[in-house]
Design a protein around this ligand. Structure first.
Ligand SMILES: Cc1cc2nc3c(=O)[nH]c(=O)nc-3n(C[C@H](O)[C@H](O)[C@H](O)COP(=O)(O)OP(=O)(O)OC[C@H]3O[C@@H](n4cnc5c(N)ncnc54)[C@H](O)[C@@H]3O)c2cc1C
Length: 184
């Protein structure tokens, strides 16, 4: 939450509003997707990963409201981290990543990772190769390189696709290492 805008913005915004707004650069949608959370609407409960359609667009019908969001609690064995890069604190991120890992007896048993800002919606990426392994510097770097190669960020005023892909690489390496440390 400290990364969402400034205090005034945070105090006035709502979690359902941020989710319905569906900005790929927003922190709450990214975290909800990475955690495997759900969006409860006036008609149904949708996994967060299926709720976001594209830029600022959800799968809500015109007469459907978001009424709650379900956030899975990280129980013992789980660890998570979210990182982003913005030009100034409070700006929308140029790239962001969030990861949750479950660790048992020194090995990962479940892994989820989502990237934001560089895709049209917060997007889950496949990090299943991490399962069954532990994380050291090399493993975190290797998964980061694979994730960065799998995305195709558009250019914007602040960075070229190559620069934003490199940001993703750095951020993924950090969230994997931090989630591992938190879970262990
Ligand atoms: C200066 C500034 C900086 C910001 N920086 C960040 C940032 O760094 N990171 C970040 O994540 N966000 C940022 N935001 C966005 C902000 O924090 C809010 O999350 C966002 O604007 C949603 O606010 P809100 O809850 O008031 O919803 P609104 O702004 O009122 O609504 C947003 C959209 O969702 C729709 N909507 C709202 N609630 C519902 C609902 N329950 N069901 C269906 N549709 C709904 C509205 O019709 C509208 O289209 C920033 C905003 C400002 C103004």
């Amino acid at each position: 939450m400290p990364r969402v805008g400034h205090v005034v913005t945070r105090n006035r915004g709502t979690d359902c509003g941020s989710i319905a707004h569906a900005d790929s650069a927003a922190e709450l949608p990214l975290a909800l997707v990475a955690l495997g959370g759900e969006v409860v609407t006036s008609r149904r409960t949708v996994p967060a990963a299926e709720f976001f359609a594209t830029h600022f667009t959800t799968t809500l019908e015109p007469d459907e409201l978001v009424i709650a969001t379900n956030w899975p609690r990280l129980t013992p064995g789980w660890g998570g981290a979210l990182e982003e890069f913005a030009v100034r604190h409070g700006d929308f991120a140029l790239a962001s990543a969030a990861c949750v890992l479950h660790v048992e007896e020194g090995h990962i048993t479940d892994a989820r990772l989502a990237v934001g800002s560089v895709t049209d919606r917060p997007e889950l990426v496949d990090v299943s190769p991490l399962v069954g392994h532990s994380v050291d510097v090399e493993a975190a770097r290797s998964v980061a390189t694979t994730v960065a190669a799998s995305i195709d960020p558009p250019p914007n005023l602040h960075g070229s696709p190559k620069y934003r892909r490199r940001l993703v690489e750095v951020l993924v390496e950090r969230v994997v290492a931090r989630a591992w440390a938190a879970a262990s």
